[in-house]
Design a protein around this ligand. Structure first.
Ligand SMILES: Cc1cc2nc3c(=O)[nH]c(=O)nc-3n(C[C@H](O)[C@H](O)[C@H](O)COP(=O)(O)OP(=O)(O)OC[C@H]3O[C@@H](n4cnc5c(N)ncnc54)[C@H](O)[C@@H]3O)c2cc1C
Length: 321
């Protein structure tokens, strides 16, 4: 959905940041990367939209370790492909995740058994509270499932660059059955990170609706992480529910719950639950934000009634729910 902003500020370098950020510190602001995880409920934003288009790329090789510092403005997928081509391994499972590098730490992007945090040494940020550029190491970033310190402190930090530690020694992670099957489908090797990336890309292209064709933000709801007692109660009434151990509890599959409720393909106005992917909501164009609100509410109430679990929204909302 298009939106208008008070003004747009493009940042191309860290020097630029130190000069221009104190000037706008008191203004309402939105940091915008690729916009792939943004849901616009109110098309008018009075504040300043900041686009950190920083394109630095520094690498240092020490033995088998590769330390990379990458500016926030690079496309995440291009970084994955470039590192693979150089024989710098680790990011292969995160191929084809849309968006810019600067947004990757925001929700600790993850897919197929790997998360951004697994390869993150530190993140360089602008701290609006302190009016200073700071560097936080991976622990200080408080990474968790689709979580980081940036989510705990809305609006406080802007990512300028990320420091990643990759390796010239391949250590592919192929725990997911779908990835193993994907590799087998083209007679690839589980030992080759390039084949893991190829399989991941093939799976994503088949399973996920292309946002260019069916506008969507990927997973709309987070998989709820619940305590063992709740997990036991839900699996007693619904023994088939997929669940995974996660730091702080048990992760339940939100898509499975929505699917069980028969909501695949359900729509309100121009918004609907994708017919094959229950976790993905799609927009057929020119929709009314109130219809999206109704769709979200309907899904959440139905899941709460049936499973006693609350669903949290994963993308950033611009405007009130
Ligand atoms: C088809 C599809 C598939 C997806 N699959 C996955 C997946 O497998 N795993 C996964 O984790 N995500 C997935 N996503 C979500 C999305 O790709 C990620 O959230 C991505 O990191 C968003 O990048 P972006 O640049 O588009 O962020 P934007 O949409 O521009 O912004 C998202 C949020 O990050 C903040 N932000 C952006 N840049 C910065 C910055 N430099 N500093 C501070 N805050 C910033 C914004 O303010 C906003 O709150 C998917 C999305 C789509 C559409």
């Amino acid at each position: 959905m298009p939106f208008s902003a008070g003004r747009i500020l493009k940042l191309s370098s860290v020097e630029n940041v130190s000069v221009s950020m104190p000037e706008i510190a008191g203004e309402e602001r939105l940091i915008l990367g690729g916009g792939s995880n943004l849901v616009i409920l109110n098309p008018i934003f009075e504040g300043v939209v900041i686009r950190p288009e920083i394109k630095t790329w520094l690498s240092k090789i020490q033995g088998t370790q590769v330390l990379l510092e990458i500016g926030a403005g690079h496309l995440w997928h291009e970084v994955v492909i470039s590192t693979l081509k150089k024989g710098w391994y680790g990011l292969e499972n995160l191929a084809l995740i849309p968006g810019w590098v600067g947004a990757a730490p925001f929700q600790n992007i993850g897919a197929y058994g790997v998360e951004f945090k697994d390869f993150c040494e530190s993140v360089v940020l602008y701290d609006f509270d302190e009016s200073a550029v700071v560097e936080l190491n991976s622990d200080q970033m408080k990474f968790g499932y689709r979580h980081s310190i940036l989510k705990d402190n809305p609006g406080r930090f802007m990512v300028l660059s990320v420091r990643l530690l990759l390796s010239t020694i391949p250590k592919p992670i192929v725990d997911y059955g779908a990835v193993q099957e994907g590799i087998a489908a083209f007679n690839g090797s589980k030992d080759r990170p390039e084949d893991v990336a190829k399989a991941v890309m093939a799976i994503r292209r088949t399973k996920l609706p292309d946002p260019e064709v069916f506008p969507n933000v990927g997973s709309f709801f987070k998989n709820p992480v619940v305590g063992q007692e709740v997990a036991d109660r839900v699996s007693k009434s619904h023994p088939q529910i997929p669940s995974y151990l996660e730091t702080g509890g048990v992760k339940l599959a939100a898509g499975w719950m929505i699917d069980q409720l028969g909501l695949k393909g359900f729509s309100v106005g121009q918004f609907g639950v994708h017919k094959d992917q229950a976790l993905v909501l799609t927009h057929a164009g020119n929709g009314d934000a109130d219809d999206l609100r109704t769709l979200i509410r309907t899904i959440r109430v139905a899941v709460k009634d049936e499973f006693g679990v609350s669903l949290q929204i994963e993308p950033t909302l611009l405007g009130r729910l």
